[in-house]
Write a protein that binds this ligand. Structure first.
Ligand code: PGA
Ligand code: ZN
Length: 411
């Protein structure tokens, strides 16, 4: 039974305010914080009301607390419904999706604590034993970096040959180190600057970035004796110019229409043996996604982030159109844990790989590590270095230690 709900303003990794919530129950306590995006999808719920975190803390805390006090923390679905009722809008514009998601996650953690269970076990049951491969961020461009950086937003890697979490996490860290040297070989003026998610921000072309990304995977993979594959988040909604009907690659001085983009992405996947490509098309282009998935879906994960925004209805449309074979799961895109869970469930029932993910603006909250394990997601996207990223990675190391019979997830 919920005894108290407390809301406060805290810092995120970009220095912006975000919200943290403490929920107290008779037998437990839960704390969770909400992240925020930079390349947000247009169909995401609204993060905060006009007036921001300050308004939530000063005017809404009492109202929300008075509704939730006395409710059963184990009944997360009803609590999420009550939060939606308090808000009263479809896109959570009145109290903010970051407010509702932080409360929802804090309630779940309090419920787990009242059973003396870690959150992953509370969500996934006592049989959970699989850990997610860490999809690590190595180089940043686009909206997560400055001008002169590559147009592609995220150059990522997956240590797909890792036999355990610790090995995978440290393999990613080794690649990150190696890439610094490889960037310096292309750009002698490189000073080690990093983007929002801790990846390097090099002043090099997309082609050079792809080349050294793949070189780092091969070299470090050989040294460690495990397979490491490259991956991308193209965040193509940020490249798409609706007036020109083209994807604008400013760093390369190239414009591509949808057909060119399909060929370009397919060529990258073939050339570099990409394991995963996220948002290769604009968020409204289900058709472009479907065409690419038809061509490469048997050998590469084609993942929708801005396309689906963790929304069950949009995922259902994607399933019907065969638009993708993977989906990014970001609880604050949809505003509650129960809706997040419903989307994960629909994905799994249809053979779509759910990839639990951080946002570019993060806190040291570690909840998504538990969600990835509890939801049995075979991959987690949460950076490679930086305090707010290692908060999740190190929690996964602890979870691996706790599990009686841990293994890496299956795709
Ligand atoms: P965001 O970007 O958190 O800035 O939206 C991350 C992503 O596109 O995956
Ligand atoms: Zn993305």
């Amino acid at each position: 039974i919920i005894e108290d709900v407390q809301v406060r303003k805290i810092l995120d990794s970009r220095g912006n305010p975000t919200i943290e919530v403490d929920v107290k129950t008779w037998g437990g306590y839960g704390r969770a914080a909400a992240p925020s995006g930079a390349s947000t999808g247009s169909r995401e719920v609204v993060s905060f009301p006009e007036g921001g975190v300050d308004l939530v803390v000063s005017e809404m805390e009492d109202l929300i607390a008075s509704e939730l006090i006395g409710m059963d923390a184990c009944d997360i679905t009803t609590i999420d419904e009550v939060l939606r009722e308090i808000d009263g809008t479809d896109n959570l514009a009145a109290i903010g999706g970051n407010t509702t998601v932080a409360i929802s996650m804090a309630v779940a953690k309090a419920a787990a604590a009242s059973y003396n269970m870690p959150l992953y076990q509370y969500l996934g049951g006592s049989m959970v034993n699989e850990l997610p491969y860490p999809l690590g961020n190595m180089m940043n461009g686009g909206a997560h970096a400055g001008v002169n950086a590559p147009d592609i937003q995220e150059f990522l890697v997956v240590p797909i040959g890792a036999s355990n979490m610790v090995e995978g996490i440290f393999a990613n860290a080794s690649i990150h180190k190696r890439l610094k040297e490889l960037i310096q070989s292309k750009d002698s003026a490189f000073t080690g600057g990093k983007g929002d998610e801790g990846g390097w921000v090099p002043n090099i072309t997309n082609a050079d970035a792809l080349e050294i990304q793949s070189k780092a995977c091969e070299e470090v993979g050989d040294e460690l004796g495990i397979e490491i594959r490259p991956a991308l988040d193209m965040a193509a909604s940020e490249l798409w110019d609706g007036n020109e009907q083209k994807y604008i690659y400013a760093q390369d001085g190239i414009k591509r229409d949808t057909g060119d983009q399909i060929d370009f992405v397919k060529d990258i996947i073939d050339t570099y043996n990409m394991f995963y490509v996220e948002d290769p098309f604009d968020e409204s282009d289900f058709e472009g996604f479907a065409q690419l998935t038809a061509k490469v879906g048997d050998k590469c994960l084609v993942c929708g982030d801005d396309l689906f925004v963790t929304n069950k209805e949009l995922l259902a449309k994607g399933i019907e159109m065969n638009a993708a074979n993977a989906i990014i799961i970001k609880p604050n895109q949809i505003g509650s844990l129960s809706e997040t869970h419903a989307t994960v469930k629909l994905a799994k029932e249809n053979g779509i790989v759910p990839v639990v993910s951080h946002r570019s603006g993060e806190t040291t909250d570690e909840t998504i590590a538990h969600l990835a394990v509890g939801f049995n997601s075979p991959m987690i996207k949460t950076g490679a270095i930086g305090g707010e990223r290692i908060a999740k990675l190190n929690e996964l190391i602890r979870i691996e230690e706790e599990l009686p019979n841990p293994r890496m997830g299956k795709f």
